[in-house]
Ligand binder design. Sequence first.
Ligand SMILES: CC(C)(COP(=O)(O)OP(=O)(O)OC[C@H]1O[C@@H](n2cnc3c(N)ncnc32)[C@H](O)[C@@H]1OP(=O)(O)O)[C@@H](O)C(=O)NCCC(=O)NCCS
Length: 203
Amino acid sequence: MTGPVAIYGAGGHARVLASILHQLKLPILGYFDDSFDGPEIIQGAPILGQFGDIVKYREKASSAVLAIGDNALREKAFNFLQQEGFSMPPLIHPSAIVESDVTIGEGTVICIGATVGTEVRIGNGVILNSGSLVDHECHISNFVHLAPKAAIAGRASIGRKTFIGINASIANNIKVGEEVTIGAGSIVLRNVPERTKVLGVYS
Ligand SMILES: CC(C)(COP(=O)(O)OP(=O)(O)OC[C@H]1O[C@@H](n2cnc3c(N)ncnc32)[C@H](O)[C@@H]1OP(=O)(O)O)[C@@H](O)C(=O)NCCC(=O)NCCS
């Protein structure tokens, strides 16, 4: 990734991404968000307009990053930006520990202190939030969000658009389906069917 980078979103996650871009010494073009109602500076860069206004900056932005925590909205944003011709290289905080053989899709963000083990495959538009852990040979599908300190043991797979809450743990070899919500601090010891909500110990 070179710069300047457009940040698609201007909420809390946008600040996290801006901080990663600062760490990487990449210039920020500005932010786009429908909550825009006048000039505002976030971490040294301006909000330039609503989401749709980003297309006016296609020539100026070398790439875009997805600052949207909600999985379904992030998928929509990814598809829109891809259709509009924006490149979305993965964004990785320099403190993250990522094995060299990991594959990482477009629009994916790996935040401060996250750890990713050998032979992990990570799809598009994934968020591995602060201090999360994905151990060896896991498969993380498109538009998954691991909240801070969520941990996934080896050879587990996580389905599309699944959310795993803060400090939740998934045991090794477990398959978590699509669009699942795993509540904060939950412990998952057996496979989870798609569109399920897990709260507490799931065994
Ligand atoms: C699961 C979650 C999304 C809430 O779902 P919800 O359907 O809105 O649940 P509610 O808040 O209405 O709570 C319903 C019940 O589940 C319980 N519950 C909620 N979350 C729980 C959790 N993580 N573990 C155990 N029980 C939980 C509530 O106490 C409540 O119990 P009650 O019916 O006995 O009062 C939310 O609790 C959660 O864990 N969010 C993750 C937060 C997070 O990780 N943030 C980081 C973002 S980067």
